[in-house]
Design a protein around this ligand. Structure first.
Ligand SMILES: Cc1ncc(COP(=O)(O)O)c(C=O)c1O
Length: 393
């Protein structure tokens, strides 16, 4: 995708442009369906009907019942609700206070776990192997009588590694422990079905599938005990207060529907893009480390690090130079005041800090073209080569 400055956008895992049809739906409902879905009059009832229609679409897309889907402000809030809501409910009702999370979770999960630690909960972290995969037997080793939640994401946002969620849910079921999975990166890209995956809680977000920012949902399997984390209203069946943003919810449902329709086509083209890009990079650059080399991975993401003994460069400089040359990519990990933090995901995979700090994440989407991929690959290689250490050249 080119924007007005002729930039090539390869950062679809950070966010996606708004789909035109989605944009139309939102615009129409912002204008026409302004009623408060909790109001008794006809304006309210119209908004409520639209709300429920779209809840049904989201529920159907993940194989859930309509009553199990609750709208939130996005992936971060859904993850917070799953962890904090579950932890507080369980400590109150059963005294259980132990939570298990994988080492490669998004900060929306990891920072919640750290917060819960400050409230006296015990947190255990599941390690990953060098390709970034959780092994279900590692989870079994951490389970205690006090474990009240296990959280492992569906696919990682930095590397694309798809976790063995079905095998993990077989373990969590064996012990009767609720299982949360963050599917923010997988919805609309690979099948996400709550019963097939065996999850009890799940987080989704609209803006990764060409929908608007600030809207998402949490799936809560019937019977899973969760406290609300926000207080102040009876909306979303006393689970998530706040006036529902019906136009954005309609846009979210439209985005998910369209992403599902395009899913297989996008998967095939992403595979071609990743193969092409990796081919260009490995044939032209020395010391390339592919962080997305696992057999089960989203083809929409390619994370590349460089051997620091070959290069005098960090991701920040790479990203800056790529941007100057018209290619928007990311390091994949959090950026704090302009400097790239070492990635906890790559560190958990056993990479050293210096290597993690050379990382660039390319991510593809429905507007990506093969020409853009080739151009981005050549741009990356020419920048990287200019930072080769003199002893290597
Ligand atoms: C895996 C994952 N979880 C959660 C989030 C947060 O979602 P949101 O931006 O909708 O709050 C993101 C966004 O980058 C993500 O990639």
């Amino acid at each position: 995708m080119n924007n007005s400055k002729h930039h090539i956008y390869l950062d679809y895992s950070a966010t996606t442009p708004l789909d035109d049809e989605v944009s139309e739906v939102i615009r129409m409902h912002l204008r026409d369906t302004f009623g408060n879905a909790s109001s008794i009059h006809s304006f309210g009832r119209t908004a409520k009907a639209l709300l429920e229609e779209n809840r049904e679409i989201i529920a159907r897309s993940i194989g859930a019942e309509t009553s199990e889907v609750f709208f939130t402000s996005g992936g971060t809030e859904s993850d917070n609700h799953a962890l904090i809501g579950r932890a507080l409910a369980q400590r109150r009702t059963s005294g259980k206070d132990h939570i298990i999370v994988s080492a490669i979770e998004h900060h929306a999960v990891l920072d919640c776990a750290e917060y819960l630690r400050t409230l006296g909960f015990r947190i255990s972290t599941i390690p990953v192997d060098q390709n970034g995969y959780v092994h279900p037997d590692e989870i079994e080793k951490l389970i205690t009588d006090s474990t009240c939640l296990i959280s492992v994401m569906h696919a990682n946002n930095e590397t694309g590694a798809i976790q063995p969620v079905k095998e993990i849910s077989a373990v969590t079921k064996k012990y009767g422990i609720p299982f949360h999975s963050d599917t923010v990166q997988t919805i609309g890209k690979i099948p996400v079905d709550v019963n097939d995956l065996g999850v009890d809680l799940l987080a989704v977000s609209a803006h990764k599938v060409y929908g608007p920012k600030g809207i998402g949902a949490i799936y809560i399997r019937k019977g899973t005990d969760l406290d609300p984390i926000l207080h102040g209203g009876a909306q979303e069946r006393n689970t998530r207060p706040g006036t529902e943003n019906v136009p954005l919810i309609a846009g979210f449902a439209k985005a998910v529907e369209r992403a599902e329709q395009n899913r297989d086509t996008l998967f095939t083209s992403a595979l071609q893009f990743r193969t092409e890009l990796l081919g260009i990079i490995t044939s032209s650059c020395k010391g390339v480390i592919n962080n997305s080399s696992g057999t089960q991975s989203l083809p929409h993401i390619l994370s590349i690090s460089l051997d620091p003994s070959f290069y005098e460069i960090e991701s920040e400089t790479l990203l800056f130079n790529m941007d100057l040359r018209g290619v928007a990519v990311s390091s994949g990990s959090a950026c704090t005041s302009g400097s790239v933090q070492p990635s906890h995901v790559l560190m958990a995979m056993g990479r050293d800090i210096k290597t993690t700090q050379t990382t660039v994440r390319f991510s593809f989407g429905k507007f990506t073209t093969i020409e853009e991929v080739k151009s981005a690959g050549n741009t990356y290689c020419s920048i990287v080569q200019s930072f080769l250490k003199p002893s290597i050249v």
